[in-house]
Write a protein that binds this ligand. Structure first.
Ligand code: FUL
Length: 697
């Protein structure tokens, strides 16, 4: 509302206007300035790099010799460039992972880069990556694993002093850090200075987190702190990158599991109204594992998968922390770079133009009729301004009218975070044939909500806030169109071992490769099922008949076909009996459960002697579907009587990241029988086996 100006100039005008109507009162738990700065980042990356990169493991035991750490062409600028070109705003390096090996020359341990051959012991990955980030304008953060399988004092009070000494080095020697990432994993056993034993700690009390956090607050006040339950941002409860369809930025901190390592219950969706602003971070790797494994070069997530993750993380109000693991050269592998470039290209094409900005807002009553709260603020591209209504109006509507019909398939919403999370549900309608048709609906918004749906063409769009705790404060309302790509094909192998590529239409053809190359308009055109019983890598893509348009590439790696396989129970009496086929039906959804806790053995008859290169174990998709095996042994036999151990060890991180585990054999091994021994499971529960498999190359 404009008041008389008198002769006092614009500043008085502003203050009188402010006096006219107050901004809405904040609601519920509120974000701190530190959290607001973190929300702004939206998308940043992890860099998992350590001895594991060279030993091909996910969790090092702590007994690795520093000599194994020897990247041949480490290039921090290449890593940072790859991240920046993908649109990341920062990187978080594993300064120390669970193996205890330090990527900086800590003065408190010999277990570090200073005793590695890399740069003759004068290298410092923490410094080089930090400097490269600064050069490129990226923020920098560090991961310092609390669990340390190398240190002799781990689980004793002395270790805490060591941990804090290290943390102080990182907080004081490497410039401003935007985050410190404290994970809650603890598998118990380790090298521990040669003790080689299992050590337990009480996650709640052992680390004395409040005092460690205080250290960070004193030395790096703007650094946001991560753990399962904050204090600044929380784990989303899985490692697949998906926040809950409803994902509140608040959490009830009075629940008993709200401490680092306290488990995932409640974290995926958050809690409303909650006692604290504690938004989610989705951490996920671009590959199946967190560390680089050459065997996963063909399993890099495609641009389409990365987009799906983006919409289900950033698009649900969380930040996305996407891991890019450097390879043994010390750079991000070409396959990862390629997927990221395509992902970025598609995102940029989508968000280049906000169609809503071309519209006229024809409804959307502003608070007190004041321009400062006008509905037009929601389409001005400025997050600092917002549309707000009078306190009594909690379910308002806003209508956009376009001069000509527009086509879009993405709706983008943001709340004005300094006033808290106010909106509880919304819907979007399009004007069609003289009436409103609902085209999208959802619950939590918070920092951002992206709804991705079918393409809609209309000249009029309505946003309805259908439920809110108090009058809403909406910062942005955007409408975008994803580029119109051809649909990706799907690759399915049948029981007889034939591979079908579905997806060709009257207007498209599917082309494919089996040698790892990107399919081009010159690749073979799919016509009939391909014999694929031996397994291998298939890449397929849809093309227009003239080859000028193409869809996303689908990549799928198949193991040996299991159609002739049989599963046999252990045979104490020498007469093995058949077990159901769930373990060899190529479906991770069907799970076999051992009848009781404890060690179990299952034997697979492959039907023929084959020369095997790797064996696989598929755990249940989540803990509710059964307990994953985390210590195993694989044996092989030519005749079913004489057995040789082919591999044994731990499936590291399988509780948080229950993906299919591939165990490469030391040498090609000819066998007709494979025996899987489950030595130990998560929570000591009965073993659950979704799949057992094998590859021959
Ligand atoms: C987990 C760790 O155990 C994994 O190895 C990985 O670092 C992941 C990001 O956090 O807690």
């Amino acid at each position: 509302m404009i008041r008389p100006l008198f002769a006092f100039g614009a500043s008085l005008l502003l203050s009188l206007t402010l006096a006219g109507v107050d901004a809405p009162a904040p609601y519920g738990p509120l974000p701190t300035p530190r959290q607001l700065a973190w929300h702004d980042l939206e998308f940043y990356g992890f860099v998992h790099f350590t001895v594991n990169t060279f030993t091909d493991r996910e969790w090092g035991y702590g007994d690795e010799k520093p000599a194994v750490f020897n990247p041949t062409a480490f290039d921090a600028d290449q890593i940072v460039r790859t991240a920046r070109d993908a649109g990341m705003k920062g990187l978080i390096l594993t300064a120390k992972h669970h193996d205890g090996f330090c990527l900086w020359p800590s003065q408190y341990t010999e277990h570090s880069v200073k005793n590695a051959p890399w740069k003759n012991g004068r290298g410092d990955v923490v410094r080089e990556l930090g400097e490269a980030c600064r050069r490129a304008g990226l923020k920098y953060g560090l991961y310092l694993s609390p669990w340390d399988r190398n240190h002799r004092d781990y689980a004793r009070p002395e270790y805490l002093t060591y941990y804090r000494n290290q943390l102080r080095e990182l907080l004081t020697n490497y410039g401003p850090l935007f985050t410190l990432w404290f994970d809650g994993a603890n598998g118990g056993d380790g090298f521990y200075g040669g003790a080689n034993e299992k050590r337990g700690i009480d996650n709640r009390s052992y680390y004395d987190w409040p005092n460690t956090w205080k250290m960070v607050r004193d030395l790096q006040p703007m650094a946001s702190l991560f753990s399962d339950a904050g204090p600044d941002f929380r784990w989303v409860g899985n490692e697949n990158g998906f926040a809950g369809e409803t994902c509140w930025a608040t959490l009830d901190m009075t629940k008993p599991n709200r401490y680092p390592g306290g488990g995932s219950a409640g974290l995926n969706s958050g809690e409303r109204p909650g006692t604290q602003w504690l938004p989610a971070e989705c951490d996920v790797s671009i590959r199946p594992g967190w560390f680089y494994h050459a065997s996963e070069d063909a399993a890099v997530k495609s641009a389409a998968q990365l987009l799906d993750i983006y919409y289900r993380s950033v698009g649900r109000g969380a930040c996305l922390n996407l891991n890019l693991p450097p390879d043994r050269r010390g750079v991000i592998h070409e396959n990862d770079g390629q997927a990221l470039r395509e992902f970025r290209r598609l995102l940029d094409l989508t968000f280049a133009h906000n169609l809503a900005r071309d519209a006229r807002v024809t409804a959307g009553v502003a608070r007190g009729g004041d321009r400062r709260f006008a509905a037009a603020n929601a389409i001005d591209g400025d997050r600092a301004t917002y549309w707000a209504t009078d306190d009594a109006v909690t379910t308002p509507e806003l209508v956009l009218e376009f001069p000509a019909p527009v086509t879009f398939n993405v709706v983008d919403l943001r709340e004005h975070l300094p006033l808290g999370q106010r909106i509880e549900a919304f819907a979007v309608d399009a004007w069609r044939d003289g009436a409103w048709t609902e085209i999208a609906a959802g619950t939590s918004i918070g920092n951002r909500r992206l709804v991705r749906g079918a393409r809609v063409t209309t000249a009029k769009v309505r946003l309805r806030i259908t439920q809110a705790a108090v009058a809403p404060a909406l910062a942005e309302f955007g409408l975008y169109a994803e580029p119109d790509l051809l649909d990706a094909p799907t690759a399915v192998r049948n029981r007889q071992g034939f591979l079908a590529l579905h997806g060709a239409t009257a207007a498209t053809v599917v082309r494919y490769t089996t040698d790892g190359a990107e399919p081009t308009a010159a690749s073979p055109q799919y016509a009939a099922p391909i014999p694929f019983a031996q397994g291998g890598l298939i890449k397929a893509r849809t093309f227009s008949p003239d080859g000028t348009r193409a869809g996303a590439t689908v990549t799928k790696l198949f193991g040996l076909s299991k159609s002739r396989w049989k599963v046999l129970a252990p045979a104490p009496d020498g007469r093995p009996k058949d077990l159901p086929r769930q373990m060899v039906d190529d479906a991770l959804a069907t799970v076999w459960h051992a009848p009781a806790p404890g060690r179990v053995e299952v034997t697979v008859d492959l039907g023929d002697a084959l020369t095997l290169r790797a064996l696989t174990y598929g755990p249940p998709a989540d803990r509710a579907a059964g307990a994953p095996v985390n210590r195993y042994e694989f044996l092989t036999s030519r005749d079913g009587r004489t057995w040789t151990t082919a591999a044994a060890g731990e499936f590291a991180n399988i509780a948080a990241n229950p993906i299919e585990q591939t165990v490469r054999l030391a040498a090609p091994t000819t066998a007709r029988y494979v025996r899987f021994v489950a030595l130990h499971t998560i929570d000591d529960a009965p073993a659950a086996i979704a799949e057992i498999g094998a590859t021959i190359d």
